[in-house]
Design a protein around this ligand. Structure first.
Ligand code: A4P
Ligand code: MG
Length: 155
């Protein structure tokens, strides 16, 4: 009969839980009840499998970027502790956007909910439909403020 310690050693690599990583997800809304879209997004993100929502920044109202005439945004960022892979997190984020009634029309156009993965641990991803860190990070002051707010929370 195996002791419990040997049973642990015999577990195959595939069965071992994936280490968790810290993902920073930006929330943005400029259509409908913007605060309610953000609230439901936070709830849906914290209900993802193998994921915990560790912290959320305050909500900031920002002027629209991208040169299109559209309403102002509410923006916020959350810090997740997750065992999901970046692509799985992207798919989950897109499903949450759809739940909030997002219809994709033009790029950078108005939306009920936009979820962007800003950072994911120290990973660098360069695929056609997934770039991490998010390429707009250098151009968005509010994202940099939110990252600073979350990293001061982490201390
Ligand atoms: N994609 C690639 N990398 C990522 C990533 N790290 N996180 C792909 C999320 N998605 C990523 O996104 C287009 C494609 O980007 C997706 O299919 C995904 O595979 P989208 O959400 O369909 O379209 P989008 O949001 O119009 O384009 P994009 O490039 O994501 O724009 P942004 O950066 O989201 O900008 N002004 C203010 N004040 N506040 C805002 O939040 N947001 C935007 C949208 C414009 N102006 C804004 C704000
Ligand atoms: Mg987006």
């Amino acid at each position: 009969m195996l002791s419990s310690a040997s049973r642990v050693t015999l577990r195959s690599k595939a069965e071992q839980p994936r280490p968790r990583e810290r993902a920073y997800v930006a929330l943005g809304s400029n259509l409908g009840d913007r605060a309610a879209h953000l609230q439901r997004a936070r709830e849906a993100l914290s209900a993802l499998p193998d994921t915990e929502l560790l912290a959320a920044t305050s909500i900031e109202e920002t002027a629209p970027l991208g040169g299109m005439e559209q309403p102002s945004y509410l923006n916020q960022m959350v810090l997740l502790d997750t065992a999901l892979e970046p692509r799985a997190l992207l798919e989950r984020c897109q499903a949450i956007e759809r739940q909030e009634g997002r219809i994709r029309t033009e790029r950078w156009g108005a939306r009920t909910l936009d979820l962007d993965i800003v950072r994911f641990g120290d990973r660098h991803v360069h695929e056609e439909d997934l770039i991490i860190p998010h390429p707009e990070l250098a151009n968005r002051d509010f994202w940099r403020r939110e990252l600073a707010e979350l990293s001061s929370d982490e201390r």
